[in-house]
Design a protein around this ligand. Structure first.
Ligand code: VGL
Ligand code: ZN
Length: 189
C-alpha cells in the first residue's frame, strides 16, 4: 500500500481538522474512536514535515455563548471553549513548529464549520502555490465534510485518507463520503 511519503508531490499541503480533546472519547462532544485518527495523522504529519509539505492544523475555538451551542439554540453541546483543555489539540498529535494553526468558530453570530469559512485560508494557500490538499481529522461528517467541499469549490484538488477521519454518526459518515466524491474529492484507502 502506498504510504504518505510516497504520495506527496510539489504543490501539496496537509490540512488536519479539529483533532481536539472535546471531539475524542471523554470530551464534551465525543466521537467514537476519535482518538484513533491521531496515530494515522501523525504518520502524515511526520512525512509532511520531512518533505517540507506545509501543514495546517485547524481548531474549533468557540467563545462562551456561541450560537452553535444548544443553550443558545444551536445543534451542539458546549464544546471547544477557547483556552480550555477540551479545546486543546490532542496531546499525542504531532505539532511541528512549522505547522500553522487555523482558528475558526470564533464568531458571535454564526458557526464556521469549514476551515475556509472567513479564515483567508484559500488565499493563503494560493499565495503559497498550493494546488492539492490532503485533508483528515474530525468530524468526517461535520467539519471535515465542510472543509473538503469548500476546498473543492475553491479549486483545490482534495484527497481524503478515509482512515484519518471519524464521523459523529456512521450514517452521516457514509453520506459525507458520497458528497465528497460527488464534489470531486478523491477518497484514499
Ligand atoms: C465540529 C460539531 C461542532 C467538528 C465542530 O469539528 O466537526 N462538529 N463543531
Ligand atoms: Zn464547534
Amino acid at each position: 500500500m502506498a504510504q504518505p511519503q510516497d504520495l506527496f508531490r510539489p504543490g501539496d499541503a496537509l490540512l488536519v481538522v479539529d483533532v481536539q480533546n472535546d471531539f475524542c472519547p471523554g470530551g464534551a462532544l465525543p466521537i467514537d474512536q476519535g482518538n484513533e485518527v491521531v496515530a494515522v495523522l501523525n504518520i502524515w504529519i511526520a512525512a509532511a514535515q520531512q518533505q517540507q509539505v506545509p501543514i495546517f492544523l485547524t481548531r474549533d475555538w468557540h467563545p462562551a455563548g456561541h450560537p452553535s451551542f444548544t443553550v443558545n439554540g444551536g445543534p451542539w453541546p458546549v464544546h471547544c471553549l477557547q483556552d480550555t483543555s477540551g479545546a486543546a489539540l490532542h496531546d499525542e498529535l504531532l505539532t511541528p513548529a512549522v505547522a500553522e494553526v487555523v482558528t475558526k468558530g470564533t464568531r458571535f453570530d454564526q458557526d464556521q464549520l469549514s476551515a475556509f469559512d472567513q479564515t483567508g485560508l484559500a488565499d493563503k494557500l494560493r499565495r503559497d502555490g498550493i494546488r492539492r490538499l490532503w485533508v483528515g481529522g474530525l468530524a468526517l461528517d461535520v467539519c471535515v465534510l465542510a472543509t473538503v467541499l469548500d476546498g473543492c469549490r475553491e479549486g483545490f484538488e482534495v484527497q481524503v485518507p478515509v482512515k484519518s477521519c471519524r464521523p459523529v454518526t456512521a450514517e452521516g459518515g457514509r453520506a459525507a463520503l458520497e458528497k465528497m466524491r460527488q464534489a470531486g474529492a478523491v477518497l484514499v484507502e
